[in-house]
Design a protein around this ligand. Structure first.
Ligand SMILES: NC(=O)c1ccc[n+]([C@@H]2O[C@H](COP(=O)([O-])OP(=O)(O)OC[C@H]3O[C@@H](n4cnc5c(N)ncnc54)[C@H](OP(=O)(O)O)[C@@H]3O)[C@@H](O)[C@H]2O)c1
Length: 380
């Protein structure tokens, strides 16, 4: 029986993961979040993990007082979150922390040889080679949870690595697929948060609206599957039923399909390499009726070209793409910039970056901090 730790347990992926864990009857040995004290308290009372953590130390102290008498050991601060990733009671760590904050705990779990169920895409985008090297050294398996990468991971079981011609990452197109570019300036955060097919956390919903989510996924796929950027295609598929595809050298294309529900890729990562009966309603293709595909509009969504560019450049460029985008999304959410500025900020910061080709962790963190500063104060 697998014992799992869930980092980011109070978020969209984290709560779906707890639903899957309950369905499969898995032992939840660790939980971690940033500051959602009440939600984490409810999860601790229900799942009784050996340990839990809140990255916010003050919230952690308040939770400790509220939980007086429970057996769960509480850890506070970012180090506390890493304790959950490293703790000996878990065999598998699901990292569903949003953003660059996921990097430290993900590296910790990989170094400890845990099976890593990876929803957090930022860790691979920022530091793909470092993460892969840590996993290789400890023997840790990395099983992607991002639905597109889970699909590719599953489809790759249909052939040998040398037989892959290219992959197709599918994209819903987000809420503005049909919006003329001239109207982008008037897009509000509320409109951008409304995803047509998936229910997700705030940051990734905005990234789906700008298609920076797909840009990050291009870099993620390059590292995860050891592909040249030219082997990674993006195709718009508004129904979000085909989660991605692999084309082999003989022309065969293997696709993975399912309803747009994160519980399916989460469960696959929890049971990998086996499968178990799921609790997601089955796909009803007769009701879906049609599956459509079209090429992305690269002029309307320049984010995609920036994704390929970061994948091509390698080194610290992934960290710069991610950090500049995180800041631009924050500024947009605070209504300090308009929607089209997100593309310009990320492009300008990437233009100014001198790539470090084979970065260590220090170089990655330095590039991340530099890009945040540049994105906030472009003229200083
Ligand atoms: N949602 C999806 O369908 C989906 C699909 C594919 C991939 N992903 C990826 O999965 C990750 C999570 O996405 P999400 O949509 O679930 O995000 P979300 O709903 O915003 O949840 C984020 C979670 O991370 C926690 N967190 C944030 N900063 C933290 C920190 N410094 N230390 C510890 N915990 C921290 C949050 O805790 P608090 O609640 O306390 O803030 C929350 O539990 C992202 O990297 C995203 O790109 C998501």
């Amino acid at each position: 029986m697998r014992r799992i730790a869930i980092l980011g347990s109070t978020g969209s992926v984290g709560t779906s993961a707890l639903d899957v864990a309950a369905h499969l009857g898995l032992t939840v040995s660790g939980l971690a979040a940033r500051s959602s004290r009440q939600a984490l308290r409810g999860q601790i009372e229900r799942f009784k993990p050996a340990r839990a953590a809140l990255a916010d130390p003050a919230e952690c102290d308040a939770l400790r007082r509220a939980l007086n008498g429970t057996k769960t050991v509480l850890h506070g601060g970012p180090d506390g979150v890493r304790e959950i990733a490293a703790a000996p009671e878990s065999d598998l760590v699901l990292c569903a922390i949003s953003g660059a904050a996921g990097l430290g705990p993900v590296l910790e779990a990989a170094r400890r040889g845990k099976t890593l169920a990876l929803a957090n895409k930022e860790a691979l985008v920022m530091a793909g080679p470092l993460l892969l090297e840590a996993a290789r050294a400890s023997g840790a398996d990395i099983v992607p949870v991002d639905s597109e990468h889970s699909a590719v991971f599953q489809a790759l079981r249909g052939g040998a690595r040398g037989e892959v011609r290219r992959i197709f990452l599918t994209a819903s197109g987000g809420p503005f697929a049909r919006t003329p570019r001239e109207e982008f300036a008037s897009i509000t955060p509320e409109q951008a948060l409304k995803h047509p097919t998936w229910t997700m956390g705030g940051k990734i919903s905005i990234d789906s609206a700008t298609m920076f989510n797909k840009a990050l996924e291009i870099v993620e796929a390059k590292w995860l599957f050891d592909l040249a950027p030219s082997q990674i295609e993006v195709i718009i598929h508004p129904q979000s039923i085909v989660h991605s595809m692999v084309e082999f050298v003989d022309g065969s294309v293997i696709a993975q399909m399912g309803p747009p529900d994160m519980r399916t890729p989460i469960q696959f990562a929890f049971t990998y390499p086996d499968r178990a009966a799921g609790n997601v309603p089955p796909l009803d293709l007769a009701r879906v009726k049609s599956l459509t595909f079209e090429s992305p509009d690269l002029e309307k969504f320049p984010s995609l070209r920036l994704g390929w560019r970061a994948a091509e450049a390698g080194g610290t460029m992934g960290a710069v793409l991610n950090a500049a985008n995180e800041v631009a999304v924050e500024l947009f959410m605070r209504r300090e910039i308009g929607f089209p500025r997100i593309f310009e900020i990320v492009r300008d910061v990437m233009d100014r970056h001198a790539v470090v080709p084979r970065p260590g962790l220090e170089d990655v963190l330095r590039a991340d901090a530099w890009a945040r500063q540049e994105a906030r104060c472009p003229m200083s």
